[in-house]
Design a protein around this ligand. Sequence first.
Ligand SMILES: NC(=O)c1ccc[n+]([C@@H]2O[C@H](COP(=O)([O-])OP(=O)(O)OC[C@H]3O[C@@H](n4cnc5c(N)ncnc54)[C@H](OP(=O)(O)O)[C@@H]3O)[C@@H](O)[C@H]2O)c1
Length: 169
Amino acid sequence: MNLIASVDNNWGIGYKGRLLCRIPEDMRWFKEHTTGKVVVMGRATLESLPGSRPLAERVNIVISADANFFAPGCTVVRTPEELLEVLEQFDTNDIYVIGGASVYAMMMPYCHYAYITKIDHQFPADRHLANLDNQPGWELISVSEDKHHEDICFRHCIYKNAISPEEEE
Ligand SMILES: NC(=O)c1ccc[n+]([C@@H]2O[C@H](COP(=O)([O-])OP(=O)(O)OC[C@H]3O[C@@H](n4cnc5c(N)ncnc54)[C@H](OP(=O)(O)O)[C@@H]3O)[C@@H](O)[C@H]2O)c1
C-alpha cells in the first residue's frame, strides 16, 4: 500500500478544507502515480475535489461514518475494518492513500511507500501529515532534483517503511 501527499516545511497538508497550493507539475505527478489504481480518501477530501466528484480512471474508495452519506462513482465504507476488508480484493501495490490528515494517520502503518512532494515554503495550515523523518521505520530512499513553480521550490521524495508492522502480524 502507498501514501501520496504534498507537504510544506511543517508537514502541513491543508487549510480550511483546501490544499495549501496548486502546482501543476505536482498534480501531474499525482495523476501519473494514481491513474488506473485504487485511491483511498476521507469524506472531506472527496468534498474538496472539483464538484466533489471522484477522480477519473481510478477506483475511488471513501470512508465516512455517516450512514446517510453516499457518493456516485465511489465505494463508501463506514469503518476502518470495512475499509481493510474492501481493500483485500486489490493488489496492495495498486492502493494509494490520498488523504486527508485523518486517513493518512489511520492508514500510515499499512503503507510500504510514501510519495511525498516537499514544498519549500511555510503556509498557514490546519491539517498535517506526521513528519516521516521522525517516524520509526520510515526511511527516505529517493529525492528528485529541485523543481520550481513560480517562486516556489519543491522536490519529489520517496520514503520506505521498513517495518510495515500491520502486515508482519
Ligand atoms: N496535501 C495533500 O496532499 C492533501 C491530500 C488530501 C487532502 N488534503 C487536505 O486535507 C484536508 C482534509 O483532511 P481531513 O483530515 O480534514 O479530512 P479527511 O481525512 O479527508 O476526511 C475526514 C472524514 O473522513 C471520515 N473518517 C475519517 N476517519 C474515519 C473513521 N475512522 N471511521 C469512519 N469515518 C472516518 C469522516 O467522515 P464523516 O464526517 O462523514 O464521518 C471524517 O470526517 C483538506 O484541507 C484537504 O485539502 C491535502
